[in-house]
Write a protein that binds this ligand. Sequence first.
Ligand SMILES: [Zn+2]
Length: 448
Amino acid sequence: MRDWVTFPDGTRGRRSWDVDPQRARAWQHRLAHAWGSDERPVCDCRHQGQPMGLSVHRCLRQRDGRQVEVYHLARLRNQGALHGVACSFHEADPRCDGRGGYADGVVRERDDGRIGIALRRGLRCLDVAAGPADAAQAVRRGGQPGVVRQARMTELGLLHLFWEEAGLNSWTRGVHRARRRWSFVREALDRAALRIVPARNQTLSDRLAMIGYGDEDGPALLRETARSCGDTWRILLLGIVDDIALVDWKEGRQFCSLRFDGASAYDLRVSAASVWHERLTRSYPMAMAALARPRTERTIRVVGLVTATVRVGLDRGVALVRCRADDIALMEVEPDTLTPVSSAHELAIARALVHERRSFIRPLRFDVGRDVVLPDFVLTDTEDPRGTPMEVFGRADEAYAARRAEKARYYNEVYGQESWWSWDAVASPGRWPVFPPALARVGGEEDV
Ligand SMILES: [Zn+2]
């Protein structure tokens, strides 16, 4: 990912220093200095010969009971598609991303550089979810047949937004070590949460707690967030899920219990109504099948986002955080890179791309249906500045063949016959065509 930024005085820095423990403090200082200045910092992209300006924003957040200022960089409004596909300020063409599946205003860039969203279920405990009819309220745009746009964002859409804003759906060879540390992932997600605004005067960051293995600061942050939610707010729990099981309770009744990876250090209990087990099995068969296997035999990891009411109580002298889930969304990811995948074939391709030290983006579907054309991956290191779409065709039935033909038509028309890649995993299982070649790497763009 290209993320170098040049300030008006000629000094340079990287956006990713935000989450680099050694550099974050100096970087925040640098951004604070640039905040409110008349001249803008720029990235390395050019549009019509001019560098692309960026803006510096300031947010306030609660930490240890006091307000802390946090600065961040954002692209200028509606310029996402003008940034190169390898630039960290790039936003995909709506045709290449599930964000395009929402009605106007569900996801919007605000004047302050943050992202406003309309959630299906608000975060106040009193808010109820918009009913199914309401949520699926199909907004047909401009009378176009077949174009159905979601009027609200579900928990799964929000999980995808977190992942995308945190840059976790893109991969370049330099990020490897960092992404294996949960504290790095937590920091990146936390930065994303600061930029997402679900309603006036709310930020997701105040309600989000992340659970991960070996994260020293995590347990204290969870308790702090849980206490600040109190009886008024729902908490959002985000982490790698280790187990989802039906547990026998009293009088023959059952409840659904969800355990995050590393949760034993957190004194956290997450439960949901028993019906959630069946619901998740239906909606996320790949994730639930993986969780049913012993940990050492799982080929994927499962990320979970839980919206819950929360209570902190004392249990034998220990502060125990109890959460009752109102909603659960899951996402299957490749275990090392945390790249989202939705089939074993895609998993194989994600691994091969990493092995070949390629750079790519995994477009996320958010809440759009299966009928919308989205590539499975987009290579960002080829000579095509728009990136090179990649499709994994994993079925052979008739309905699928029609969709496949539609995709091929779309890519041939938009990118040209030679400028996209596909693999027919049914016709040649386990053997895929050679990937399109990468451009020679340019000095200064190296991710180290
Ligand atoms: Zn750029």
